[in-house]
Structure formats: structure tokens, C-alpha cells
Design a protein around this ligand. Structure first.
Ligand SMILES: Cc1cc2nc3c(=O)[nH]c(=O)nc-3n(C[C@H](O)[C@H](O)[C@H](O)COP(=O)(O)OP(=O)(O)OC[C@H]3O[C@@H](n4cnc5c(N)ncnc54)[C@H](O)[C@@H]3O)c2cc1C
Length: 1408
């Protein structure tokens, strides 16, 4: 803008403005020792007691020094029983400590260091004086860093969510301190900016942030091993440590390496017995029962127990951290039941599951002697790996010594690349993996296949256990209680060996194996098999070796006829799994043993130059999908017009950054789940885990006894309506005794407590007696039982009954009939359901995580019998929703009900596992279809019966079904149609809104039908490609849709042609065909699919938008509107609209919240209509404001007049002009009447098309997207960059829906023998990211190109734009189509089901 307002420095978006709410202490440091996100602080403190800490550190340092000075004598100089369980010190130790403290203090003083005592409190109430010691220069540096940090520079783009001011919570987007951010912590140490990373927190509480160099000494076993020396600063390991370990490392570095640093000579000042007892009681009463100490009062406050509150007696937790193997063995001998902790990645998972930590632990991460890696042998080397070596360090070592490694070690290297994720590899150790003896371990199969060994040590000495004797049962090993794993040995190989590990996981990254197979072959001098090893994970409760197959190969010449087929036959026999095997996927897992054996033998023969008879059959197995994914770098292209430079349109149609991106990246953005008042209570419901039954009684006694629990509310405590719902009020807030439980996840009691952890734990102690009733859990069962939620609705065109439509279909020369099921999907938003309600002057003010504040307000008012004006629902932003927070109202009601009773703020944050398992999902929908086309290839008639898995209550299921059948025809012209839809009533969580709202299911089905019809046409009439068939059936601009309305404003054929040219589709189709002809096991598929999506709510009354715009006298503008910011950027776009409409710079405009107080009676933010409805309402308000201020506007607009915007506003105010305006917009459409079959449901259509190329390994079902090209008509985008983000995000979300995201239920077996099948029993098994796989970084298409349709303008939305939220989701259907075609390229393949998981792709390839 040429005319800048007077106050140039005004900046409402900078740090100096609103910096977000600092979450209460217990949530600030939500990362564990290794940077994993936690709810409780407890995990940090591996060595809990300051007293322990002092003693331990002193002891371990002493031992360390002893070992150094005695060189080789290595005596363990501990005093037995040095530590008592109560944390008291033996007097001789104290004396020893004081002496050494004195000595070191003198030394420090002489080295020009400064010592600053700080006072803190031990667990027992004693005052602990902690002397922070640092070099003077260092202290100054630190002071400067602290000052910088205070000035607000901390955490800029690094250490997200882990600095003290950064709120941490479940939203990655808010810088939640997830594992992803872990590597950033190191910079804190080097940079000395204490506010940034995890260690920064440590530094501020325990020590100065200092640079550390940690050198890993390598255990020397043979010759002069190559040594691995790391600077911690550059590898980021210390950055992943938590408080305790970091402190220890600091001291260790300071003393061991002779560098100056933190020395922790704590002085314990004992208190009286009474004081101690008082303190102890205080701690207990705050549910710190299982925790025996903390580091400082700050941490103390944060220290919430996550442990079962039943553990009321005080449990002292012993945590030891030796620094040498000798001291470890001594401690192990003294505490045989102590749990060894290495990377803690496994123990952390256990803690989450069992909600407890062992009471005795020995942390081995400080033992240098366990951190060595040594090459074994002169050539084709093996490796001997210290048990404490982190996997990422091992990976780096193996990479660096690749040329020396034998095949076994090389295979280990490859295994590490696909082991979990870099976050886990940065903490997990090989020792931990081997000792854990998991049946799905990735490294055990390798050790077993190549005859590795595990070296155990105890005070009696060392012994080697062959890997094959290591695992003795489910997670049980041959290790004695007094032993520890010290080394893992991968043997040397011979040049005539070949080893390979294949991991088949649902997702390539961060997933455990479904099946993992390691094979190893060694040939003798005559070329016969001297050794064969085959070990599998995922096939039994232990890592399994198929010895009969191994022995069958030993002594044989692999090239001899029949050898391989005999091995395969034997493998088929021994790998058989019954259908009801734990873990499911019986057929797939057995099949994989055979597939992987085949793959291996061909790869081995290729590597060892052995000629196989049928080599041509498997000529392409030498590279795997994993090889391909890791060898290429993904790329992307985004083509957009960068806006109109025309001043009249600035700043709309421009790629302006998301308005709060900088706050979100810094972890300063306010979210519901992290921004409740410090004195708030917390509530958590007791949830049913039975799909159907009668609630006979509830026992809340045990919950009430938990310290910190304030109250437990039942249905009888609800003063008003206990029923909520956006469709029908058929969902109960709390199920009353005597009534039916109709789905898992229904709440029957609500606990209110001091902390979230207490409330959650206490809710788990409430027991209910439920008489089980038979449950309907599938669409099939519901149809049989005639169980429906909705009446049937129909859309008809040129016919009036299904029979008529069927007859028309059957009269066509080419027909296809069949059934197709589109799967359900879990939203997996980053912030789980949350709300904080505040009792305020007899009303309720609720900060809710909802897309629908208006419905939330209404539900609370009904529940509490209040007028709606006494309830305010407001939303600052929510951490993702995707529709999942539109129809669900019960969770907001929980906190409102609790606040009503407590007269205080009450927060509710749902646990991820409960949110995932129990909240509503995308509807699974089954389509029974019949379609026919004429000889010219034009579709003639279609008849479809649609049935959805509605769940136990209506929610938005009715509206979802409406949109579903309105989109049934997809992007094609169907002259005769009859679609009938109905939602089934089942005993499962309610189906709800999810991006696309039913349309993705029907358009996916239509695309599937089009493929089948094209194939049938090719057989019956003349060959035609899928693409040609689609092109000739595309709906045209102006042609009528199934409802008889002209489909104006889009030109599918023109835009498809652009895509075909840009993406060189015809050329690539030829190359895909050529590839498939020459590759017997690796098949490719290329699919192009169009999307037409109607924009507007199908219920006409919802198509209205509100806005309230205030102009302040300094010229700043505050905008309120009905849309909810959930990451999609609606506030950013609305600011662009307001700034443009008022003609002021966007920096002058601000949006705080969306609130029912400022914008009442709003519609939910959904149906891709948020920007349209609210944008036009804002335009209306701004138009009114311009009119109100017109007198001054004239002067402002006059180029000769020097009046600035601020002067204008000030003048208007001074002259008593109203500077506020309400805006309203009503979409000019009638809506559709389902009774009269008349009206128009949509304002306009959005269009897009995607071309997707995939590759499939038909032997295993592994697959990946090679390339995606998208063309999308976003009109004239309000903000092209945000819109591209929506398109790419939606595509990948849909890709996940159709490939990896399979929601798993517990299953029951039905039938026997060949008819036996497993059916879900209504209880979810998917309860977290471990059991529900959303796409990860490696799943994104390798080559991803997006462009907009050029010169498009939509007159029905602000500034020519189009709704963008939902339509691009449907583009993901092309992934399924491409996979289907790749599968069909294999002879004998069967129809591919959705979601097309690896197992389903394989089954289809096998024709099963
Ligand atoms: C997100 C995630 C993804 C994962 N993905 C994979 C995967 O892809 N493949 C896979 O195989 N595993 C995977 N795991 C499991 C886990 O990370 C590994 O088993 C890891 O190697 C364990 O190492 P750790 O050092 O963290 O062990 P810890 O958790 O510290 O310990 C694990 C067990 O080993 C014992 N232990 C540790 N060290 C010793 C020792 N020196 N002597 C005796 N006992 C010892 C402990 O007492 C404990 O029982 C995953 C875990 C997570 C959390």
C-alpha cells in the first residue's frame, strides 16, 4: 500500500504482543529423558533423589577416577549399601562426600571459578544446597544467554516446545515437544541459550549451560579398533537427554575430561523428623506417592504422579547410574530385581501402558565401557557392539566402515535404516533391543540367522550366549538376574556368504514389523550350502527359526533342480498360522515366509553367481521397495500465480504466510489443551469398554479415596438435559444406572480432581457392573437385523424405483454389478478433544476445542438449564479437527458440568488412546451397484444402494449420507440414476463428519465402478483405456447433474486435458506398460481421476455467516467472525479480506477468538464454506464501516490530502462516529428438499484432477507412490500458498485413508474350517500411533506436483475464490486406482480392497 497509516511501528503480531499462555508447570516440560512427549514430569527423574543424586554422582565420579588412576586394576571401590532406600546417606559416605566437596571446592577456587549456592528441597523435606560452579567467563556467557532468553529470543525455531515458555501438549503443530524436536536441544548446550532446549531447562534449574564434548571410548577387543569419537554438540545426543542424565553428563564431562563445568557437590541440611514427616505427607497428598524425590522446588511442583493412586504407601524409587561396568555389576548383584535402563524407549512404552515405572532402576547410559564398537576380523568383518551404543551411533559407525564389513554386518547396517525412526534410533540401544527379546524385534532375526552371540557379564565374569539360545520364551531370555548384556556380537562373514533382512511393516517409517525375515547363506568351497539361517519376527511369541527349512538346504547345491521348490514346500508347511492367531493376518504372515524365502534365494544366487533355473521369473527382485525409497530424494513442484499486483486487490490473492505460523512454530500459540488457568480443576470420565449392555451399577468408592479427587459426578447430577446431539438429541452425556450402554466409549461417571493425571487415574478405578447384550458391529449384521439410524433417502433421475433403474441397466450392452466398501477413517488430529469451562457469575464461559461453538453453547445451556445468553463458547484455535470436532458435544459438556459444580475453572483433555478408540470416525460405507453403458461407451444408467456404518447415535450421519449420494455420480454424466442411502445403527462409536463428509466414499466407489466398466467394455465391445473411457463420460460445463441442475463454472474436460499434457500421461502410460511387461514381480500402475465437489451445506439454513468488525481510534482493526481456525488458515484469509475491504495494511488487522458472544448463532466451520460465508459477512461489515466513515474516507482516499488511516480513525472517533459494524451473509440458494425431490443443494462446484503413479512389490504387497500430479480449480485463490497446503495435505490424508490407515478391532471367530472368518466384536484395538498408521514423511509421493487451473474466477465467493477444505481430499482416490491397476498387471490377481494395506495388496496379487 502506498498510503501507510501513521503508526508505522504498530505490530500486533510480533513477540511483544500476545505471547501465549504459559501452561501450568506440570505440562511445561512434557518430554521424557530422551525428548519423548509426556504428560507427567515423572519420567525425567531417573535418579530421583537429590540425595541419591549427590551420592551417586560422587560415588560414580570417584569410581571413575579410581579406575583412571589405577589403570587396569579396575577394582570396584564402592561401599556396599552406600544408598539406603529412604535416601539417607551413611555417615562414612557423608564424611567422604564432605571431604571431597571441600577438596574440589578448593581446586575450583584456585581455577578462578565461581560457586553459586542455590537452595532446593529434597523429597524428604531436607534443604539441599546446590552449588553451581562454573568458569567465570562461562558464567558471564550464561548470564548473557539468560538475558537474551528473557528478551524473548529463546527457542526461535529450535527446541520447539521444550523451552520453559513453550507450552507443550499433544499438538505437534504447537511445538509440543514431541520427539521430533529432540535434536534441537544440542544447540542449547553449545549456544548457551538456556531457554531453548530440554537441557536449557536443566541448565536453569541445575547448572549453567555449558558446551560439552563427550567422547565415547571404544571397547578394545581386537587389535586397534577404529574408534568412534563424537562431539555431543554435533550429534545432538545430549540434547535428547532429560534432566537427570544431562546433569550427570555435565558433571561427568566436567570431571572426566578435565573440562570446567558443573560439579554437583550438594550439601544436605537435615530437617527435623516432624518437618520430614510433614513434607512426606504433603507430597503424598498431592499424589506424589510413587516418587521419592525431585531436583528442585520447581520440578517438585511439576511432579505429577502418573502412577496408580492405589499405591498409597510411599514407595521409594531407587535409581542408580553407574559409570563403569564394574560398578554396574556390583549394583546388579546388590539389586538383582532392578530394571536396567538404556535408551528407555521400550520402558517408556511400558510405562504408558501400565502407568507405572519399576521401583528399582539402573541406568547404563553413562558407562563408557558399554559404548564401544569394534570390527571383528581382518576382512568381511563382523562387529562387536557395546550394549549401550545408540543405534544412530552404530549406524554412523557402520556407514563409516562400510568397506570393511562382511555381509552380516552390512545387513545390520541396512536393518538400522528401517528401524523405527531417527528419533527412536537416537535413543535406543542395541543392548536394549536384544535384552527386550520382543517377538517383533528387528535385530534378533539377524543375530539368529547369522549365528551371532550375546555377551553377558556378572560379578563372576563374562559368558557368551549363542543367539539361538538367547530367547527362551515370550520376552524372556537366558540372562540371569545378576547379569547384564555388555556386548552383542555379529560374526565375521566369508566372501561366499550372503545375508539379507527384510522388514515388512504397515508403514516404512516408525513402525514395528508385521513380519521380518532374516536369511543367511554360506557356501563351502564346492559351492554347496555350508550354513543356512532363517529367522523370523512376527511369526510367534519368540523370534522363530525354521530349522527344518535350514537343514533341507544345508549340503545342497542351490542350482540343483527341486532344491528351492522343496524348501518352499517345507516353508509353506512350517509357517502355517491358524486364522485366529494372535496379531491376525494369518494368511499374510505365512505367505510372507514363502515370499521372502523366494526373494532371498534369488538375491543370494544373484550375489553369489549361482544360476537358477527359473531366474527369469524373479529377475527383478534384486532391489526392494525399501532400497528405492531410501535411494531417491523426494521432490515437489508448486505452480501458482502469485497474486494480482493490482492495488485494488491487495492483499488478497497473495501468498501471505499463515497469520500465527510464527507463534505456532515457537510453541507460543494458545491451544485449549495447554491454556487453562493454573488453579483449574481437571475432569475425566469413566468410559465403557463394552459395546452393548445394561449398566447395572457403578462403584465410585475407590476413585473417591484417591488424594486430589474432588468429586465424582453421575448422570443424576445433571440438572437439565442429559441428551445432546447436532442431528438428533440422542447421545447421553453420562449414561444413568439402569440404562443401556450402546457403544464403547460412553461415559457413565465424571471424576473431578486437582490434576489431569489424578482425574484420569481415578476414572480408571471406577468400576461398573454391565450385563452384556449381543452387539451389532458391522453393516452386514445391521442390515440383517434391520437396524437403522435414518430413514432411507433417494436421488432419482428419469426413473422412480430401483427396479426400474435396474431394468434400464440390464438393458445395456455392457453392464457391471458388484459391491464395494469404502473404509472408515480416524481423524488423528494432533490436539485431542479438549475444553476448559469457567463458572462465571452464574453462567459458563467455555474455551472449547470445537468446530461448532454455537452447538456447544446450546448443549451446555440445555444441560444446565440456562439461557444461551449465559453461556459463552469461544475458540482461539484448535490443533486440527478435520470434521471430528463438529458434531461431538459431550466432551465440552463434561468440563461445563464440572465447572458448574465446582464454581471454578475445570479443564478436560482427552487421552490420545481414548480419543482414538472411542470418538467418531469417517463412516465406513458399502455400495451395491449396477451400471450399464451403450456401445458408444457412454454411461446409460446406474442404480446404487448405499449403507453406512452409522454407529450408536445419529450425530451427523444423516447429513453425511445426503452428501454421499449427492456425489454418487462423481464427475460423470449419468442420464438415468437411482441412488438410495441409509445409515445403519450399530453398537460402535458414532460415525461423524470427516473432511469430504461422505463424498469421498461415493466418488471413490464411482471411480472403482468406472474402472470396472471400462474393463468390461474393453472385453465386450472394443479395447479402451481407463482414461479414454473416463474422458468420454465427463460431465460438461452447463450439463445437468443428477438433480437436474446445470453444472456451471467448471470445465472438467478442458482441465483434464491440461493435466494430461503437463504430466505427460500418455507417454508415461506407455512406459508403465513396458515396465510391467519386463518386470515379473514389480508392477506399476498409473491412474488419472477427476473430482467434482459441491460447495455449501446441504441443509440450507446453515449457509449463513456472521462477522463483527471494530475499528479502534488508533486505526487498528479487530475482526470477529464465525469461522474456527483449526490450522487451515481461515483467520489469515479473513484478515486478508478485511484488510482489503477497508484498504488498510493487513498488519493493522487482528483476530483473537471466534466466540458466541461476538458472533452468535453461527454455523460450524465445515463443508468447505468457512471462507465463503464468513468472508462475505466480513465484506458486508467492512462495507458498512466504509459507509459510516465515508466522510473521512473521502479525505483519506484523496491523494493530495495527507490524512493517514490512523488520523482518519481518530477524527471519526472524535466526531462521534460509530466504528463497529456487524456483517451478515446468506448464501442465495434454496437448498434441497428430500421429500419433494426439488431444490438446489450447492452454490457452485469445485473441480480437480490427480494423476498418480505407484509401484507394487507383488511378492510382499509393499508399495509406494512414485509421482503425483494435481491440477486444481481454486477459483482465484485468496491465498495460493495456504490453498496449496490444503491440497497437498488433503491428498496425503486421503492416501493414508486408502493405504495404511486401517482401524483395527478385536475380533471373534465365526464358522469353522474353510468357512471360518474373523469379525470385529466392537472393541477397538487401534488406540494410538502404534496401532493406527497415518502416513509419515516417507509416504509422501516421491515426486509431487501441484498447479492451479489458470484464469478461473468464482463470482459466488469472496474475490473470485473457491472453497478448498474438502474437495482435494477426493483426489487421493487416484492412489487406490493406481494400486488397483498395478495389482491387475499381475496375471491372476483379484479385486483390490480398501484400505489397500500391504497385506491386502499382496492378497489381491495372489488372487486370494
Ligand atoms: C516409537 C517406537 C518405535 C519402535 N520401533 C521399533 C522397530 O522398528 N524395531 C524394533 O525392533 N524395535 C522398535 N521399538 C522398540 C525399542 O525401541 C527397541 O527395542 C529398542 O532397541 C530398545 O532399546 P532401549 O535402549 O531403548 O531399551 P530400554 O527401553 O532401555 O530397555 C529395554 C529392555 O531391555 C533391558 N535392557 C536394556 N539394556 C540392557 C542391558 N545392557 N542388559 C540387560 N538388560 C538390558 C531393559 O531392562 C528393558 O527391559 C520401537 C519403540 C518405539 C517407542
Amino acid at each position: 500500500m502506498s498510503r501507510m497509516p501513521g503508526r508505522q511501528d504498530w505490530d500486533g503480531h510480533l513477540v511483544g504482543g500476545k505471547t501465549g499462555v504459559v501452561p501450568p508447570p506440570d505440562r511445561r516440560m512434557a518430554t521424557n529423558l530422551r525428548g519423548m512427549p509426556l504428560r507427567s514430569q515423572q519420567d525425567f527423574d531417573y535418579r530421583a533423589s537429590s540425595a541419591y543424586d549427590d551420592t551417586l554422582l560422587s560415588m560414580t565420579h570417584k569410581l571413575d577416577r579410581d579406575q583412571k588412576t589405577r589403570r587396569g586394576r579396575r577394582t570396584y571401590n564402592s561401599k556396599p549399601g552406600l544408598l539406603t532406600q529412604s535416601g539417607e546417606l551413611y555417615s562414612d559416605v557423608q564424611a567422604d562426600l564432605s571431604m571431597r566437596q571441600e577438596r574440589s571446592a578448593t581446586r575450583r577456587r584456585s581455577r578462578s571459578e565461581v560457586t553459586r549456592p542455590t537452595h532446593t528441597q529434597g523429597w524428604d523435606g531436607s534443604t539441599v544446597v546446590c552449588h553451581k560452579t562454573m568458569d567465570r567467563t562461562l558464567e558471564q556467557t550464561t548470564a548473557r544467554a539468560m538475558a537474551r532468553s528473557k528478551r524473548g529470543m529463546r527457542g526461535m525455531g529450535r527446541g520447539m516446545g521444550r523451552g520453559k515458555t513453550a507450552p507443550s501438549g499433544p499438538m505437534g503443530g504447537s511445538g509440543s515437544g514431541s520427539g521430533l524436536g529432540t535434536q534441537t536441544g544440542r544447540e542449547t548446550e553449545t549456544g548457551g541459550d538456556s531457554g531453548r532446549g530440554g537441557l536449557g531447562c536443566v541448565a536453569r534449574e541445575c547448572s549453567a549451560p555449558i558446551p560439552i564434548t563427550e567422547t565415547l571410548a571404544m571397547a578394545s577387543t581386537t587389535g586397534t579398533p577404529p574408534s568412534l569419537s563424537h562431539d555431543t554438540d554435533t550429534r545432538g545426543r545430549v540434547g535428547q537427554m532429560g534432566r537427570a542424565q544431562s546433569c550427570a553428563s555435565l558433571s561427568h564431562a566436567g570431571q572426566g575430561s578435565g573440562r570446567k563445568g558443573y560439579v554437583p557437590p550438594h550439601k544436605v541440611v537435615p530437617r527435623t523428623k516432624e518437618q520430614i514427616e510433614r513434607r512426606r505427607t504433603a507430597i503424598q497428598s498431592r499424589l506424589f506417592a510413587d516418587v521419592d524425590c525431585t531436583f528442585s522446588p520447581v520440578v517438585n511442583k511439576q511432579f505429577n504422579s502418573y502412577i496408580s493412586p492405589e499405591a498409597t504407601p510411599h514407595i521409594n524409587r531407587l535409581m542408580l547410574a553407574p559409570v563403569s561396568v564394574e560398578s554396574l555389576l556390583e549394583m546388579r548383584a546388590q539389586h538383582p530385581s532392578a530394571r536396567i535402563l538404556a535408551g528407555a524407549s521400550e520402558v517408556y512404552v511400558e510405562r504408558k501402558g501400565r502407568r507405572s515405572l519399576p521401583t528399582e532402576m539402573i541406568y547404563v547410559g553413562l558407562i563408557k565401557g558399554m559404548k564401544g564398537v569394534t570390527l571383528v576380523g581382518e576382512s568381511s568383518c563382523g562387529v562387536s557392539v557395546g550394549a549401550g551404543v545408540r543405534l544412530s551411533d552404530l549406524e554412523a559407525f557402520l556407514d563409516a566402515h562400510e568397506d570393511f564389513l562382511g555381509v552380516h554386518a552390512l545387513s545390520l547396517r541396512k536393518t538400522l535404516r528401517i528401524f523405527a525412526s531417527s528419533t527412536v534410533r537416537n535413543t535406543a540401544t542395541l543392548g536394549g533391543n536384544v535384552a527386550n527379546a520382543s517377538p517383533v524385534s528387528d535385530t534378533l532375526p539377524l543375530l539368529l540367522a547369522c549365528n551371532g552371540t550375546v555377551t553377558l557379564a556378572s560379578k563372576e565374569g563374562e559368558r557368551d550366549v549363542p543367539a539361538r539360545e538367547w530367547v527362551v520364551g515370550y520376552r524372556r531370555t537366558a540372562m540371569r538376574p545378576d547379569e547384564v548384556v555388555v556386548r552383542i556380537n555379529v560374526p565375521q562373514a566369508t566372501p561366499r556368504s550372503f545375508t539379507a533382512y527384510y522388514k515388512l511393516a504397515r508403514r516404512m517409517e516408525d513402525d514395528i514389523s508385521t513380519v521380518g525375515g532374516c536369511f543367511s547363506l554360506t557356501l563351502d568351497t564346492e559351492g554347496k550350502v555350508a550354513h543356512a539361517g532363517m529367522a523370523f519376527s512376527g511369526m510367534a511369541a519368540v523370534t522363530k527359526c525354521f530349522t527344518s527349512v535350514e537343514s533341507l538346504l544345508v549340503g545342497k547345491d542351490l542350482s540343483a533342480k527341486g532344491v528351492l521348490s522343496a524348501a518352499i514346500e517345507e516353508m509353506k508347511k512350517v509357517s502355517y498360522l491358524p486364522i485366529d492367531v494372535p496379531g491376525g493376518l494369518a494368511q499374510y504372515r505365512s505367505g510372507m515366509c514363502v515370499s521372502l524365502l523366494t526373494k532371498f534365494v534369488y538375491q543370494a544366487c544373484n550375489a553369489l553367481n549361482i544360476e537358477l533355473d527359473e531366474a527369469a521369473l524373479y529377475s527383478d527382485v534384486h532391489r526392494t521397495v525399501v532400497d528405492d525409497r531410501f535411494s531417491t530424494v523426494t521432490r515437489g513442484e508448486q505452480h501458482m500465480e502469485t497474486g494480482n499486483e493490482d492495488e485494488a486487490d491487495a492483499p488478497v490473492n497473495k501468498s501471505i504466510p499463515h497469520a500465527t505460523a510464527h507463534l505456532q512454530a515457537r510453541g507460543q500459540a494458545e491451544y485449549v489443551s495447554t491454556s487453562y488457568p493454573g488453579d483449574a480443576f481437571h475432569c475425566y470420565p469413566a468410559l465403557a469398554n463394552v459395546p452393548h449392555g445394561t449398566l447395572d451399577s457403578i462403584d465410585i468408592e475407590r476413585a473417591l479415596m484417591v488424594p486430589g479427587v474432588q468429586r465424582v459426578l453421575l448422570a443424576s447430577d445433571i440438572p437439565g438435559s442429559n441428551h445432546v446431539g447436532v442431528g438428533a438429541k440422542d447421545e447421553r452425556i453420562l449414561v444413568p444406572v439402569g440404562e443401556e450402554i450402546t457403544s464403547v466409549g460412553q461415559a457413565y461417571a465424571l471424576v473431578i480432581a486437582d490434576t489431569h493425571e489424578t482425574a484420569h487415574a481415578a476414572a480408571g478405578l471406577i468400576t461398573a457392573s454391565i450385563t452384556r447384550l449381543p452387539a451389532i458391529t458391522t453393516i452386514e449384521e445391521a442390515i440383517k437385523a434391520d437396524s437403522y439410524l435414518t430413514d432411507s433417502i433417494t436421488v432419482e433421475r428419469n426413473v422412480s424405483t430401483a427396479e426400474e433403474a435396474t431394468a434400464k441397466v440390464r438393458a445395456c450392452p455392457v453392464t457391471v454389478e458388484g459391491s464395494f466398501t469404502a473404509p472408515g477413517q480416524e481423524h488423528f488430529y494432533l490436539e485431542t478433544h479438549s475444553a476448559t469451562a469457567r463458572w462465571r457469575d452464574g453462567g459458563i464461559q467455555i474455551h472449547a476445542g470445537t468446530q461448532h461453538p454455537n452447538a456447544t453453547q446450546g448443549a451446555i445451556a440445555d444441560m444446565l438449564v440456562l439461557p444461551q445468553s449465559r453461556v459463552e463458547a469461544y475458540v482461539t484455535r484448535i490443533g486440527g479437527a478435520f470434521g471430528g470436532k463438529e458434531g461431538v458435544l459431550t466432551y465440552s459438556c463434561f468440563s461445563a458440568l464440572a465447572a458448574w459444580y465446582m464454581k471454578r475453572s475445570v479443564s478436560f483433555v482427552m487421552e490420545r488412546s481414548d480419543d482414538l478408540a472411542y470418538t467418531g470416525k469417517r463412516h465406513e460405507i458399502t455400495f451395491d451397484y449396477k451400471i450399464g453403458c451403450a456401445e458408444n461407451g457412454k454411461i446409460q444408467a446406474m442404480c446404487v444402494s448405499v449403507r453406512g456404518l452409522g454407529g450408536h447415535c445419529l450425530d451427523l450421519s444423516g447429513a453425511v449420507m445426503e452428501r454421499c449420494i449427492l456425489h454418487m455420480e462423481g464427475c460423470y454424466h449419468v442420464p438415468v440414476a437411482y441412488y438410495n442411502g441409509r445409515q445403519c445403527k450399530t453398537h460402535t462409536p458414532s460415525g461423524t463428519a470427516f473432511r469430504g463428509f461422505g463424498a469421498p466414499q461415493s466418488t471413490l466407489c464411482m471411480e472403482h465402478i468406472m474402472d470396472r466398466l471400462a474393463e468390461e467394455y474393453s472385453v465386450k465391445v472394443s479395447p479402451i483405456t481407463h482414461l479414454e473411457f473416463r474422458m468420454q463420460n465427463l460431465i460438461e460445463d452447463g450439463q445437468e447433474t443428477v438433480l437436474g441442475h446445470p453444472c456451471n463454472g467448471i470445465d472438467p474436460a478442458r482441465d483434464m486435458k491440461t493435466l494430461l499434457e503437463d504430466a505427460k500421461i500418455l507417454e508415461r502410460q506407455r512406459s508403465v506398460s513396458a515396465w510391467n511387461a519386463t518386470h515379473p514381480t514389480r508392477k506399476r500402475g498409473l491412474a488419472v481421476s477427476p473430482v467434482k465437489f459441491g460447495i455449501a451445506f446441504t441443509q440450507a439454513f446453515l449457509n449463513q455467516g456472521y462477522a463483527l468488525v471494530h475499528i479502534y481510534k488508533d486505526g487498528s482493526v479487530l475482526v470477529s467472525h464465525g469461522g474456527i481456525e483449526m490450522g487451515q488458515g481461515i483467520h489469515s484469509k479473513m484478515l486478508q479480506v478485511a484488510a482489503n475491504a477497508l484498504g488498510v495494511p493487513i498488519e493493522m488487522c487482528h483476530i483473537w477468538d471466534s466466540s458466541t458472544a461476538s458472533c452468535p448463532n453461527t454455523s460450524p466451520t465445515s463443508a468447505s464454506s468457512g471462507s465463503d460465508l464468513n468472508g462475505l459477512a466480513i465484506l458486508d461489515a467492512c462495507r458498512k464501516l466504509r459507509e459510516q466513515l465515508s466522510e473521512y474516507y473521502v479525505k483519506y482516499a484523496d491523494p493530495d490530502n495527507e490524512m493517514t488511516w490512523a488520523q482518519l480513525c481518530n477524527a471519526a472517533w472524535f466526531n462521534r462516529t460509530c466504528m463497529s459494524a456487524v456483517g451478515f451473509y446468506k448464501m442465495p440458494i434454496k437448498g434441497y428438499s428430500w421429500q419433494a425431490h426439488a431444490g438446489e443443494p450447492f452454490a457452485y462446484y469445485a473441480f480437480g484432477a490427480a494423476a498418480v503413479e505407484v509401484e507394487v512389490d507383488t511378492l510382499t504387497g509393499e508399495n509406494y507412490v512414485r509421482r503425483t500430479d494435481i491440477i486444481y480449480d481454486a477459483g482465484r485463490p485468496l491465498n495460493p500458498a495456504l490453498d496449496i497446503g490444503q491440497i497437498e495435505g488433503a491428498f496425503v490424508q486421503a492416501q493414508g485413508w486408502l493405504t495404511t490407515e486401517e482401524f483395527v478391532w478385536q475380533e471373534k471367530k465365526e464358522g469353522e474350517g474353510e468357512d471360518a472368518r474373523m469379525v470385529p466384536n466392537g472393541v477397538p484395538m487401534s488406540r494410538g500411533p502404534g496401532t493406527y498408521k497415518v502416513p509419515a514423511a516417507l509416504d509422501v509421493p516421491q515426486d509431487f506436483r501441484v498447479s492451479f487451473v489458470k484464469d478461473s474466477f468464482n463470482p459466488k465467493a469472496p474475490f473470485g475464490s473457491k472453497g478448498i477444505g474438502e474437495p482435494p481430499f477426493c483426489l487421493g482416490q487416484a492412489v487406490y486406482l493406481a494400486l488397483r491397476r498395478a495389482v491387475n498387471a499381475k496375471p491372476g490377481a483379484s479385486e483390490l480392497e480398501c484400505p489397500s494395506t500391504m497385506a491386502k495388496v499382496w492378497s489381491a496379487c495372489e488372487g486370494l
